[in-house]
Design a protein around this ligand. Structure first.
Ligand SMILES: [Fe+2]
Ligand SMILES: [Fe+2]
Length: 300
């Protein structure tokens, strides 16, 4: 099972500072230990980072037009995302990601915006929302520690590539724990591929509902963005179809997927009343060489 990683080399951040040394074992428990041991760092609003200049991009992308309909919604989402406070070291990490891997940076910013929108539909305004939007922004930070040849592979991954990719929730969790201590971003990094226990890594208990929202937002955004291993992205309905199928198979939390569908339909009223349609009506890519990673790959 992908529940621990033995570091083959030092884990370093964008500034070259060491986060962990070669030979260290990273597990869910060691990430939580690192969060407990972290020293508080000064935090600055995201409005003072490059994200403030880039947030308009996902808000205007066609797959998200139903989610961010209307200037009022877009400004409310921007207000939540940009009021998140983070240590400047993580701004540097985001700037490095933006330069090295613009596609994954777009994924981060869009996931922050979609997370904020889904939570606003669910609970309105709440003090916890900026931290949860930051969790959306940072959930995949561990991909910075995955070799580019694996992160950008156009074909199915081999055993070694699968292992390297499956390490990213733990590596991201550790990276964030060192800077943030206990924070929803650490939990989102660990849990966004959990898939109700069918994904990785294994967790002792289900993540909170708000962290589930980050996972569904990330999956929805990933399906609607270009990837080298498939011929085109899913459209919004096609992505919702995939997630509805996963909810039926208990690979995604049904109430969170219901929240996504509810938000795509405009978000007024209660999401509990949403019924999933049986028919697949969205657009899906003709070629898709995505490598599913499940605990059954434990023997790798
Ligand atoms: Fe991920
Ligand atoms: Fe993601």
């Amino acid at each position: 099972m992908f529940d621990r990683v033995v570091l083959a080399s030092d884990l370093v951040d964008a500034t070259g500072a060491a986060l962990a040394g070669a030979g260290e074992v990273v597990s869910v428990a060691s990430v939580h230990e690192a969060a407990r041991a972290a020293r508080p760092q000064a935090r600055v609003p995201l409005a003072r980072s490059a994200v403030a200049n880039d947030l308009h991009l996902p808000l205007a992308e066609p797959p998200f037009r139903h989610l961010f309909r209307g200037e009022e919604v877009r400004s409310a989402v921007a207000r939540v995302v940009l009021s998140a406070r983070l240590p400047p070291a993580l701004f540097e990490e985001l700037a490095a990601l933006r330069a090295a891997d613009p596609g994954r940076y777009r994924h981060a910013v869009a996931t922050a915006a979609v997370t904020a929108r889904l939570l606003m539909v669910a609970v309105g305004d709440a003090p916890a929302l900026p931290d949860l939007a930051a969790a959306g922004l940072l959930h995949d930070l561990g991909m910075r520690h995955v070799p580019p040849a694996v992160a950008r592979a156009a074909g199915a991954l081999d055993r070694e590539g699968t292992r390297a990719l499956a390490a990213h929730p733990l590596l991201g969790g550790l990276h964030l724990a060192r800077h943030l201590g206990a924070h929803p971003a650490v939990e989102a990094a660990l849990a966004h591929h959990w898939k109700s226990g069918a994904g990785y890594p294994a967790l002792a208990r289900s993540p909170s509902r708000s962290v589930e929202v980050v996972g569904v937002a990330s999956a929805f955004v990933a399906l609607t963005q270009p990837r080298p291993y498939r011929s085109c992205p899913f459209d919004a309905r096609g992505a919702a179809d995939v997630l509805i199928d996963e909810a039926r198979a208990r690979l995604a939390d049904p109430s969170t997927v219901r929240l996504l569908v509810h938000a795509l339909r405009g978000g007024s009223g209660e999401s509990r009343g949403v019924r999933f349609g049986r028919q697949r009506v969205g657009q899906a890519p003709l070629v898709n060489r995505h490598t599913p990673i499940a605990p059954t790959a434990a023997a790798l």
